[in-house]
Design a protein around this ligand. Structure first.
Ligand code: FAD
Length: 388
């Protein structure tokens, strides 16, 4: 998780941020490497911050590695503590707006009774059913031609931080980072032109072990550094995913229904901002709902929803397009490094010089340094934030 996502969590509740940090693992370094262990450049992770930020703020917002389930558990516990009911196993099949009263009817896949809602946020991920209900299947994300083998291993990283090796021999690139003193996550991205969804998903223990040990043999013969291969030998919870993506939709809102997160803007993951964008969406939407949809009596009033969502959409489409576009660009440079030795020489020098001058890759700044309160002030002059 990056400073921009953590900043939103802090705004929701500093105690929630603390509980997330408690189960995450702060990065100290961000490194670019070759597969054989040669370090191209190493940046301090606090280079992501604006100059002049105070020490406490830096400590609270420094990037962390965190397992997805730990983040989900922290969010779930906070929701329950706030009295927000969370239901599991209820898959939305279709949403429709009723003509007679404008309420949204949500139908579930299990044929249980539909429920009615004043407003609905579709945060149902890359294969969103709610998006389908709004814009049809023509806007479904497309396969990018890249698959990722990812897993977690019980072992420390030799250097505490996130690391991006690229391999000219295996023609692929990798990302690896610690999520605990003795826990390392790895993601290896392979060009895989043929889309094969049947082979995607969580692998059984046996399949995962077999796939990782075969890959380790191949990487050894391709000259990879043992420290990069080691997590494969100890991998558990192995997944294979095909990356699907698309530019953010142009319409995220239809009457009382709005999209949020991957449902609106499925990312490519190379810049580590996909979930951060979803968190930003939620933080901005929450502020706008508070400002436009809560009456003087403190009750929710859907009359202000169109205005809130008009601003939400305006703010979020530009923002997600910019950051997720940078992610696409960064992923391409990593794969191009693997594919062309000439490009690799150029890119490695570019990385070194950028780290020297900017303290990290400057393409990280728009994501990490986002000041959402400033953005809210600029776009929604009547909000409480602006008055404060
Ligand atoms: C390999 C890889 C690495 C990544 N690394 C990073 C990273 O380092 N940093 C980062 O910020 N992002 C990263 N991302 C991106 C990140 O995982 C996503 O952008 C993020 O999870 C999006 O959150 P979301 O809530 O919109 O969707 P999801 O996390 O997909 O959640 C959607 C939820 O909706 C539920 N759901 C789905 N369909 C229905 C339905 N019909 N009815 C009800 N519920 C439904 C699902 O069960 C799920 O709980 C990575 C992605 C990949 C593939």
């Amino acid at each position: 998780m990056c400073p921009n996502g953590l900043c939103i969590i802090h705004d929701i509740d500093p105690a929630l941020l603390q509980s997330i940090r408690d189960v995450g693992y702060p990065f100290i370094y961000r490194r670019w490497m070759r597969h054989d262990g040669v370090e191209v450049a190493c940046a301090q992770e606090d280079g992501l911050f604006e100059k002049g930020m105070d020490g406490k703020e830096k400590e609270e917002l420094q990037s962390i590695g965190i397992r997805r389930w730990k983040l989900q558990k922290a969010l779930y516990d906070a929701a329950v503590a706030a009295g927000i009911p969370v239901h599991f196993g209820k898959r939305i099949e279709k949403v429709t707006v009723r003509e007679e009263d404008g309420l949204v009817e949500c139908k579930f896949a299990d044929d249980s009774a539909p429920c009615l809602a004043k407003v609905v946020f579709g945060a149902d991920g890359v294969k969103s059913k709610i998006r389908e209900s709004i814009v049809g299947t023509s806007k479904d994300p497309e396969y990018t031609g890249v698959s990722c083998l990812m897993g977690v291993a019980e072992m420390p990283r030799p250097v505490r931080g996130i690391c991006f090796p690229s391999s000219s021999t295996t023609k692929c690139h990798m990302c690896t980072y610690p999520t605990g003193d003795n826990e390392t996550v790895f993601q290896i991205y392979f060009p895989t032109p043929r889309e094969n969804p049947d082979s995607w998903g969580l692998l059984s223990e046996e399949e995962g072990r077999k796939e990782c040990s075969e890959l380790a043999v191949r990487l050894r013969s391709d000259g990879w550094d043992e420290a990069l291969i080691a997590p494969l030998d100890k991998a558990s919870t192995v997944l294979r995913v095909g990356l699907r993506a698309r530019d953010p939709l142009e319409e995220w809102v239809s009457g009382p229904i709005a999209l949020l997160g991957d449902a609106a803007h499925p990312p490519v993951p190379y810049i580590g901002q996909g979930a951060q964008m979803a968190i930003e969406d939620a933080g901005i939407a929450a502020h706008l709902m508070k400002d436009y949809c809560i009456g003087k009596d403190g009750e929710f009033d859907a009359k202000g929803f169109p205005k809130a969502m008009e601003i939400y959409q305006l703010m979020r489409i530009n923002r997600t397009r910019q950051v997720l576009g940078l992610s696409k660009g960064l992923g391409k440079t990593q794969q191009d490094r693997a594919d062309s030795w000439l490009y690799n020489i150029y890119r490695e020098w570019q990385i070194r010089l950028q780290v020297l001058f900017y303290k990290t890759l400057p393409c990280m700044f728009p994501g990490a340094r986002y000041n959402f309160l400033e953005d809210l002030k600029a776009n929604s002059p009547e909000t409480e934030v602006a008055a404060a």
